[in-house]
Write a protein that binds this ligand. Structure first.
Ligand code: P6P
Length: 343
């Protein structure tokens, strides 16, 4: 019987996320299936969060919860729901030894009644939550490491690892459609949820970021606090020179998942620089910058803090912040040169 491989656009040969993960597993005989189960459970949680995000306006799930997170941000009920949903979907599977979330000040242990596994997962359950009520795209971001501590029950040591040690990373974007984009180190794949059959279908195979783009994405409200070099870089992009596609277009959603997804698709640069008010910027290293940097590099782009690769930063705290410059290799490299005063 001939192997019926996946052919884009052929309705009879759909590549679901389950089939893709199983196919990847077959290509790695040493795989135990634990990792595949972890990704499948994450995809299930994503479907449920997606359903609630889409229903938010209807079931009055909007509004402010009574809690705030470690960042002091008002936590909206959807944040709380997404956080609980992801924890519940993943803690009992036996693949994880510990979790960490933007919404939890300390690491999340695997309850004693559940088996523990060899992976540690960090996540931002609903990044961009300030946009929820405006019905703007928001997303879940995740980062997966292998356990490094000795015991079965994980510790801080397992979640505070340099990004270069990630075994997988990705995001689920709740936009005009729900898309799950992830890498396991072998290219970047995107799956779009078909709600009529409840499956994520391969829609963006082996995503590659253009070497250079013509879009910059940054919150210009912070311009007066930027370092001189970065300010001159943005002014350079805004100057007119048709020989290299300037002036660039400015696009900024204010949801990292949306801004990074567009940057991977179209190229250019997304930046959240440090500034005089916040030298380390706003974005979190462990569950925003690291996973996005892993994806962008695996798609052929570059991701730094203005000089160092994000993935090589040795973390000290699960909630630490880091300046972020990511996107097309040539655009990020030029931004770094301006920041270093070379132009
Ligand atoms: P600002 C959302 O709150 C977030 O953490 C990221 O998703 C986004 O890129 C950034 O903050 C937006 O921050 O200061 O521009 O509103």
């Amino acid at each position: 019987m001939s192997h019926r491989s996946y052919i884009p656009g052929d309705e009879t040969r759909l590549m679901t996320i389950q089939r893709y993960i199983a196919q990847e597993e077959r290509m790695h005989p040493e795989a135990t299936g634990e990792f595949s189960t972890l990704l499948r459970n994450l995809a299930l949680a994503a479907k449920i969060v997606s359903r609630e995000v889409r229903r938010a306006g209807l079931v009055n799930i909007l509004g402010r919860a009574t809690t705030t997170n470690v960042s002091g941000d008002d936590v909206k009920k959807l944040d709380v729901f997404a956080n609980a949903m992801i924890i519940n979907a993943l803690e009992s599977g036996g693949q994880l030894c510990v979790m960490a979330s933007e919404e939890n000040e300390t690491v999340i242990p695997i309850p004693e009644e559940f088996p523990c596994g060899k992976y540690a997962m960090l996540f931002d359950p609903l990044d961009g939550s300030s946009n929820i009520e405006a019905n703007v795209t928001i997303g879940t971001v995740f980062s997966i490491f292998r356990r490094v501590s000795g015991g079965c029950r994980g510790t801080d040591e397992d979640v505070v690892q340099p990004g270069i040690k990630q075994v997988a990373a990705g995001y689920i974007m709740y936009g005009s459609s729900t898309i799950m984009v992830f890498t396991t180190g072998n290219g970047v794949q995107g799956f779009t949820l078909d709600p009529t059959i409840g499956s994520f279908l391969l829609s963006h195979e082996n995503m590659r970021i253009p070497k250079k783009g013509n879009i910059y994405s940054v919150n210009e409200g912070n311009r007066l606090f930027w370092d001189e070099g970065f300010r001159r870089y943005i002014e350079y992009l805004q100057a007119s020179d048709s020989t290299d596609g300037r002036p660039y277009k400015s696009r900024y959603v204010g949801s990292m998942v949306a801004d990074v997804h567009r940057t991977i698709l179209y190229g250019g640069i997304f930046a959240y620089p440090g500034d005089r008010q916040n030298p380390q910027g706003k974005l979190r290293l462990m569950y925003e910058a690291n996973p996005m940097a892993f994806l962008v590099e695996k798609a052929g782009g570059r991701a730094t803090d203005g000089s160092r690769r994000i993935l090589e930063i040795v973390p000290t705290d699960v909630h630490q912040r880091v300046p972020v410059f990511l996107g097309s290799f040539e655009d990020v490299t030029l931004a770094e040169e301006f920041i270093a005063g070379k132009h």
